[in-house]
Ligand binder design. Sequence first.
Ligand code: TYD
Length: 205
Amino acid sequence: MSRKGALIVIEGIDGAGKSTQAKSLLRKLRAKGFRAVYFREPSRGKWGRELKRMARRAGSLTPEQELELFLKDRRENVEKNVRPALAAGKIIVLDRYYFSTIAYQGAKGLDGDRIRRLNERFAPKPDLVFILDIKAGEGLARISGRKTKDVLFERESYLAKVRRIFLSFRGARFVHIDACRDKRDIARQIYNKAMLILAKKPSYS
Ligand code: TYD
């Protein structure tokens, strides 16, 4: 394999605390002297910005059109950010990746296996995927602000489906974490597991 770096992904439903944990991991890795970078999806590129715009107009895209846009955004993120950082031997902390597409677009009725196949054609497989787990209602309560009850109810039942798909991911690369625990405990657990995996990679051991 030509890749020298490592790809660590943080996933979870809205309100699970992904960004906080991703940034905390990044800080800890850098403090240890690792060259670590942070990226997120949707990205800050043109497709990511388009997705953010569309998200404000709920229901304006079909699930298939959404999938297409997330794939375009991911292709751009992989080519511009992920592959160059891996080739340079950096550790990438990635806030959402194609597991979000399997879960969120899968929860809208698209076939999860097909979504996975479409992604794995071009997207490098991560070394580690942390899934921060929280009940849909609790995640929403953390972030909901002033949204109306109707909007929240619809969102909650959707996120409950998304959560079930996230919970179904199994395998050596996946680590499920209870996102309701103390933030610092979660950060320690993530960092310790990341160090274990890095120690097994020839470029870091
Ligand atoms: P994100 O920027 O993580 O949300 P936030 O506004 O909480 O910072 O992601 C925006 C939304 O996009 C989020 O609800 C999850 C959704 N999403 C998908 O539906 N599919 C995907 O493939 C990705 C990456 C995100």
